[in-house]
Design a protein around this ligand. Structure first.
Ligand code: BGP
Length: 476
């Protein structure tokens, strides 16, 4: 039985737009997540109006990490973090996305953050796209539907790799592009927002728009992978996917097959990034739907050259596929049905530690590439106790159960998993609801949705639990 490696990357994951704040400072331009979250608008039309009206969403204030990063990184250091995954906000570097020159103040900020991490021997893992698309690329270029956006993205990638070469080894090209697929429901605002799609672009052949966007992002991913390898041969390049494994409701073969197909839809981009070509089965699916994605010979060469070194996996929950006669069943978050065997979080996310083992085994058998868990955690309402501490035993319990499965994944199933990055180690703004009250952190931040709070940081009970866990390399 192999144990967790001595240099196993324990740590956490954060995203710029959910915590930095300083949304108009030092030359930052507006980006898509400054305007809306999938919880603040309900239709693509409403989303478009929000952008047109230039109405900013409160989440852009974050938790002021921009000014407090030293204090926060010190706390991560105190917990013994081996690694922190953070994103670079594209709109700090190229405020309009298409600028001729980068904004030096933005580059300086991320250099300072990376230097601070290295001071505590925390390995930075940099995400180059965590939904932080400059809004100008939406309004003037139609977002990822337009291939020019790929070139702007590559320029941004090149700028950052050159700026951080020698300090950053691990790069992540995209976070969770797998939510984009032609079969996406019109109600799935998360997809539209993360792709920066305006309502006007969804008129007409919506499926085609989603297919083209999903394809262009995949192409951007392989091109960026190749580019980073060229700029820094020492680098390790990955892409992060947020996959919700889908279970069949019972053993009726029709349901089993449907569940498999539903889950499989999340893997076409990983296939493209690992197998050296855009999958033929997806091209056939597009042909059947009369969709033209415009794959060229040059694209084919890009797929052959841009293979991933590792796969990042965000795991929160599983789902159960809909089936004939399931109309009356209670709907799950992803449009499936609720799983009666699972407890749910306060936001209705089914808690399923075994699902993590299932997903990691499935992914590893399919690709044989090293995997790092890039997000996993529990969003909860936290109350500060009379002693001034949040006693979040429910969070410890959630993480303990997932980590116990993770150990089996490595020790019994022999999956090459080289790290565990818990989501939101410090309370930050929820990506989907835009709220503060959905908290994930080991570190409490005194900020509330009514605008009150002095932003003071304080360790929760789980802070000490995680510190001990890292000290003992998961043995507790
Ligand atoms: C993932 C995103 C994160 C994060 C997480 C939790 O999909 O990559 O940015 O926020 O979900 O979601 P939420 O914040 O909505 O609870």
């Amino acid at each position: 039985m192999s144990k967790l490696a001595k240099d196993f990357l324990w740590g956490g994951s954060i995203a710029a737009h959910q915590l930095e704040g300083a949304w108009q400072e030092d030359g930052k331009g507006p980006a898509i997540m400054d305007f809306a979250t999938s919880g603040s608008v309900t239709t693509p039309r409403e989303y478009t109006k929000t952008i047109e009206a230039g109405k900013y969403y409160p989440s852009h204030e974050g938790i002021d990490f921009y000014h407090r990063y030293k204090e926060d990184i010190k706390l991560f250091g105190e917990m013994g973090f081996k690694s922190l995954r953070l994103s670079i906000d594209w709109s700090r570097i190229y405020p309009n996305g298409d600028d001729a020159k980068p904004n030096q103040a933005g580059i300086d900020f991320y250099q300072r953050v990376v230097d601070e991490l290295l001071k505590y021997n925390i390995e930075p893992i940099i995400t180059l796209y965590h939904f932080e698309l400059p809004i100008n690329l939406v309004t003037a270029y139609d977002s990822w539907k337009n291939r020019q956006v790929i070139d702007f993205y590559l320029k941004f990638v090149e700028t950052m790799v050159n700026a951080l070469r020698g300090k950053v080894k691990y790069w992540v090209t995209f976070n969770e592009m797998n939510h984009i697929d032609p079969q996406t429901e019109a109600s799935d605002m998360f997809t539209y927002i993360l792709a920066g799609l305006k309502y006007s672009e969804l008129e007409g052949n919506k499926k085609e728009v989603l297919a083209v966007v999903g394809y262009n992002m995949t192409l951007a991913g392989v091109k960026a992978t190749h580019l980073i390898h060229q700029l820094d041969p020492e680098s390790k390049v990955g892409c992060v996917f947020g996959i919700t494994p889908t279970y069949p409701v019972n053993c009726d073969p029709v349901n089993v097959l449907n569940a498999f197909k539903e889950m499989d839809r999340d893997f076409y981009q990983i296939d493209a990034m690992c197998n050296g070509e855009f999958p033929q089965y997806k091209l056939r699916e597009y042909a059947d739907l009369n969709i033209e994605i415009g794959l060229t010979e040059e694209d084919q060469a890009a797929f052959a050259k841009g293979r991933l070194d590792f796969i990042g996996m965000n795991y929160y929950m599983t789902d159960v596929a809909r089936y004939e006669g399931s109309e009356n069943e209670e709907e799950s978050l992803f449009g499936g049905v609720q799983n009666p065997y699972l407890e749910k979080s306060k936001w209705g996310w089914g808690i399923d530690p075994i699902g993590l083992r299932y997903l990691l085994n499935y992914t590893y058998r399919r690709y044989g590439l090293p995997i790092i868990i890039c997000e996993n955690g529990l969003g909860a309402y936290d109350e500060v106790g009379p002693d001034g501490v949040v006693h979040d035993d429910y969070r410890i319990d959630f993480l303990q159960k997932h980590l116990s499965e993770l150990k089996k994944v490595v020790e019994e199933d022999q999956v090459d998993c080289f790290g565990y990055l818990m989501w939101g180690p410090i309370d930050l703004v929820s990506a989907t609801t835009g709220e503060m009250r959905k908290r994930y952190g080991f570190i409490y931040v005194n900020k509330h949705d009514d605008g009150t709070g002095d932003l003071a940081r304080s360790p929760k009970k789980s802070f000490y639990w995680y510190k001990h866990l890292i000290e003992t390399n998961g043995e507790e």
